[in-house]
Ligand binder design. Structure first.
Ligand code: BF8
Length: 680
């Protein structure tokens, strides 16, 4: 939609520099302005967020409303209070987020079943070691059995988890023992996600659950069924089918698009299709077909979490994160954008009509008016992937003027929890001991997971970058997933040599010793479960307390926008983490009219902390997010009896010390190296 088509008073558009810190994004936003085309950035500028809806103060759950809470003490037509309405809106968002992640996990489990039974064209079990490890967790027999036999049993077990009616789902047994006991006592140990999501919807139907904390209690259970259920299953099965990630070299940003090749972008979440598109793009028949069309081959790249899935396993470049999906089309160089599920903007189709780009939907669950639909079916995946690529190649001839920004950055993705375990101790001593020791000594002050979306209501990528830079300077090890990982990849934080100069002295010693970047890319959003696993293993290794809430760690989603992010935040808080969300606050107060210390936000902060040791806070300013993160980490260090953070104690050895010595005057350098002054 062009800017002038939007009705209402003219609002001020941000400059490209105000809208994004990414020079590639800025270049495309300037082009959009010149062409008079709208993007999510300009649409966000032109349409203020609804102040009532964004704070969870609108109840549209029945036909007597929608009721808008605008004053303290107001109720809806049915008498529902502000607190009840906010809690209901919150749990509905958590349920939708849990459903999205977990349905992805379910599809992965069905694909595993099809592969195990030889019914999935083109797929194979790539990581038998992970299959054995996961099967062993559930006492599935391994000895003298083929991978397919084991995978069949695991697939059956996992498929059954989604509809588990009573009792805990099996992946929940992977949480620390104390945490599981706590969940049992609190009555939130998760059953199957299907049951929890249905109950969340039932409870919020008109005339059901009206006690806000009781509603939030079930929000916790619903989210746990995602984090320790659907999402964990998605990660496990993706690794088994496509390989557990290990570090490799990749690239990120729109500069990965190519002038002389057929550019195909895969966008969405489920790796089943994207992995097969990767395989098809390397097929000699497809390469020959592209060459016959005058191109130099197929150039595949990704957007959003699909990008992370193929980046960390095959090194396929990431064209960008969530807010760059439209910007990729603006380059005029994309023959096809192939989408599956989640985070796909409807605006893509309207925008693509100004260029030659084909938007191809593939999921039976997702159609967009105006897009081409080629339905994906894992039983014929390779054939379908080749068909999609042929359509893209046929479209190459229609390419017009091209504006590909030159910006791209290198990165090293692929830090699965298995690899982190290995890198800390090698094959024979793989363990979290070195990481725990580094935290206990104070070389690493603590750990921050910076995750989640980008959101056009805040400057694109800015909060991810600001927080990451500030935290690694203060010796906090940062782990990353989702669109945040792509943001920081573009900023160079995910590459050892680039990032290392900006790192605090203790963390730098650890990074130089192990040979890792200070910011570790751990995968897509479902892979936040890898972070749960790392935290559990740190607890089990010893020295950092007996449960996740004791570990000096914080989770931050500074530019969040999706309901999935609210589910992640909730399961992380209920797992014991302190979670900070930036951007908008869906349980906010409204000044004097509706005071800020509302029951719901207060309960997520102090109530959850009392019950679970973790808490959820919404904080707008990055400086305040940083302050609270460091305060929390230092508080947890003190509670464990660890030495207070003191950067002056470290950084006097290794490369860091050598670099200091290099700049000394000659005599002092000699003294530093040889322990004596130069003769004469
Ligand atoms: O699941 S970080 S914008 S792409 S929701 Fe979406 Fe947010 Fe990106 Fe991945 Ni996650």
């Amino acid at each position: 939609m062009a800017e002038e088509e939007i009705k209402g008073p003219k609002k001020k558009l941000r400059t490209p520099e105000e809208a994004s810190i990414d020079p590639a994004a800025q270049q495309m936003l300037r082009l959009a302005d010149e062409l008079g085309l709208s993007t999510a950035f300009s649409r966000a500028d032109l349409m203020s967020a609804c102040p009532i809806g964004s704070a969870g103060l609108c109840c549209d759950l029945c036909g007597m409303g929608p009721c808008r809470m605008t004053k303290d003490g107001m109720t809806g037509v049915c008498g529902a209070t502000v607190d009840t309405i906010q809690a209901r809106n919150f749990i509905r968002a958590v349920a939708a987020g849990s459903a999205a992640h977990s349905d992805h996990g379910r599809d992965m489990a069905f694909t595993l079943k099809a592969v195990a039974n030889g019914e999935a064209e083109g797929y194979a079990i790539r990581d038998v070691a992970k299959l054995h490890n996961v099967a062993a967790l559930y006492d599935i027999p391994i000895e003298n059995r083929t991978p397919e036999e084991i995978a069949n049993d695991l697939a059956d077990l996992y498929i059954a988890q989604f509809g588990q009616q009573r009792g805990a789902i099996v992946p929940a047994q992977r949480a620390p023992a104390k945490r599981r006991k706590l969940w049992q006592e609190q009555g939130v140990i998760p059953r199957g996600v299907d049951r929890e999501v249905v109950e969340a919807l039932h409870r919020t139907h008109m005339g059901d659950d009206q006690e806000p904390t009781h509603i939030l209690h079930h929000a916790v259970r619903t989210a746990l069924a995602d984090g320790w259920g659907g999402s964990m299953i998605a990660t496990d099965v993706s690794d088994i089918l496509f390989g557990t990630p290990a570090p490799l070299l990749g690239e990120a940003n729109l500069g990965v698009l190519k002038h002389d090749m057929v550019n195909v972008i895969v966008h969405g979440h489920e790796p089943t299709l994207s992995q097969m598109v990767v395989a098809a793009s390397q097929d000699p028949e497809i390469i020959a077909y592209a060459k016959a069309a005058g191109a130099n081959g197929i150039n595949l790249s990704g957007i959003c979490c699909t990008a992370n899935e193929i980046l960390m396993r095959q090194g396929i470049p990431a064209a960008g994160n969530f807010l760059q999906q439209e910007l990729a089309i603006l380059t005029g160089s994309v023959e096809a954008m192939v989408v599956d599920v989640q985070c796909i903007m409807q605006g893509l189709v309207a925008l693509s009509q100004n260029f030659h780009t084909k938007i191809i939907t593939t999921s039976p669950k997702v159609r967009i008016k105006g897009a081409t639909h080629i339905e994906f079916d894992e039983h014929h995946a390779l054939t379908i992937a080749k068909n999609i690529l042929k359509q893209a190649i046929d479209n190459y001839v229609n390419r017009g003027e091209v504006h590909i920004p030159s910006f791209k950055s290198s990165l090293i993705p692929g830090f699965s929890h298995e690899y982190i375990n290995y890198m800390l101790g090698g094959s024979y001593r793989a363990s979290f001991r070195p990481l725990n020791d580094a935290i206990m000594s104070g070389r690493i002050r603590g750990v921050a997971a910076i995750v989640g979306c980008t959101n056009p209501r805040v400057q694109h990528d800015a909060y991810h970058g600001t927080l990451t830079g500030a935290l690694i300077r203060q010796d906090v090890l940062v782990v990353e997933t989702g669109c945040s990982a792509i943001a920081n990849a573009k900023l160079g934080f995910l590459l050892g040599e680039t990032g290392i100069d900006q790192v605090g002295p203790g963390l730098r010693e650890v990074c130089e010793t192990i040979g890792i970047p200070p910011v570790l890319h751990m995968g897509s959003c479902v892979d936040n479960t890898r972070i749960l696993t790392v935290l559990t293993q740190m607890v089990e290794e010893g020295g950092l307390g007996d449960d996740i809430d004791k570990v000096p760690a914080v989770g931050i989603a500074p530019e969040w926008m999706s309901e999935k992010a609210l589910s992640i935040a909730t399961y992380c808080a209920a797992s014991g983490a302190y979670v900070i969300m930036g951007g908008s606050n869906p349980v906010e107060g409204k000044g004097d009219k509706i005071p800020d210390s509302l029951l719901v936000s207060e309960f997520m902060r102090s109530g959850w902390e009392e019950l679970y040791g973790g808490k959820l806070e919404f904080v707008r300013e990055p400086e305040e997010m940083l302050r609270r993160t460091l305060e929390h980490i230092d508080k947890k260090r003190a509670a464990l009896g660890l030495p207070a953070y003191d950067p002056s104690r470290f950084g006097k050895s290794g490369d860091a010390r050598l670099r200091e010595i290099e700049v000394l005057p000659f005599e002092e350098r000699q003294a530093a190296v040889y322990g004596r002054r130069a003769a004469g």
